[in-house]
Ligand binder design. Sequence first.
Ligand SMILES: NC(=O)c1ccc[n+]([C@@H]2O[C@H](COP(=O)([O-])OP(=O)(O)OC[C@H]3O[C@@H](n4cnc5c(N)ncnc54)[C@H](O)[C@@H]3O)[C@@H](O)[C@H]2O)c1
Ligand SMILES: O=P(O)(O)OC[C@H](O)CO
Length: 326
Amino acid sequence: MLGAGSWGSAFAKILGDAGNDVVLWARRPEIAAAIRDTGRNPEYLENTPLGERVTATASATEAIKGAELVVLAVPSQTLRVNLGDWAADLTEDSTLVSLMKGIELGTTQRMSQVIVEAARVAPDRVAVVSGPNLAGEIALEQPAATVVACSDIDRATRVQHAITTPYFRPYTNDDVVGCELGGAVKNVIALAFGIAHAMGLGDNTKAMLITRGLAETARLGVALGADPLTFSGLAGLGDLVGTCMSPLSRNRTFGEHLGRGKSLEQAQAATRYTAEGVKSCLAIRDLARSHGVEMPITEQVERVCHEGVDPKVAVAALMSRSTKAE
Ligand SMILES: NC(=O)c1ccc[n+]([C@@H]2O[C@H](COP(=O)([O-])OP(=O)(O)OC[C@H]3O[C@@H](n4cnc5c(N)ncnc54)[C@H](O)[C@@H]3O)[C@@H](O)[C@H]2O)c1
Ligand SMILES: O=P(O)(O)OC[C@H](O)CO
């Protein structure tokens, strides 16, 4: 398990509880030592026992060597550099599992595409796990479901079995593009939701953002070859609703800072965790433009985040678009 942040730590617990021996890689040696000594991560989900099957190391080589499953939970924008260091240690035919929900700046690649390129592996060795999976709730073993997407459905089934626990229920899917886009774009819509929430806007506005946010996600997805049905599943609507509604969401919380009038820099200073939508909104906007897809909510989130546009101006811009058929 590479990455000992909130999701990496909670996912290490899932893997252990599902009966796997887990080596969790933490960047900082003192975090790895604390996990080995206390069975908990002092920085993330500090009250969660990770379980007896989880050990930790600050050596990525030690974590990767001999591993059948290599699970990745680092920030999306650092993945390529991280994998450059790690690729040589991968075992032949190991499965690489992406937990990340972002799009790479510059290349506009999905995380599975970055993995294929940076680790030099075939696309059917890469699986994606995505769904309404707030790490804090899963750490408490509250029931949750997710999707394991892989173009090789036998491999998806193997990953499914490896991460099934009494509190975590994975479904398989062969639509990698749809699952990844659902996970990345919902973070941007959750930023919009947080902005609206902090502006004191009500449930009509929020329902509009969720529904039209899903519409623009599906529009982009279909343009990139995704199955439109994926967007009504756990990795689409499920994750969008879960993230927007939850005060635990880092993206929604980041949006709330912006909606209260904080600048990007002030919101970043107030945030300790990765809010992927902040950077990915730029890449998603570029991806949409290059495919001729309209994503008005994403466009406005990008303007608020990166161009200093007043959220009130962004709302007015969205509401004054030309009327059209649904
Ligand atoms: N937290 C959740 O509930 C959740 C759920 C599902 C998916 N995700 C996704 O999982 C991914 C990881 O998120 P997280 O919640 O674990 O984030 P986090 O902010 O909790 O932790 C990020 C981790 O990455 C490490 N890191 C920072 N910079 C790094 C670098 N340059 N190289 C390597 N590691 C670095 C940090 O030390 C930390 O361990 C994101 O793409 C996120 O969208 C998160
Ligand atoms: O806290 P967030 O906003 O990164 O969302 C976490 C998960 O992606 C929810 O499924």
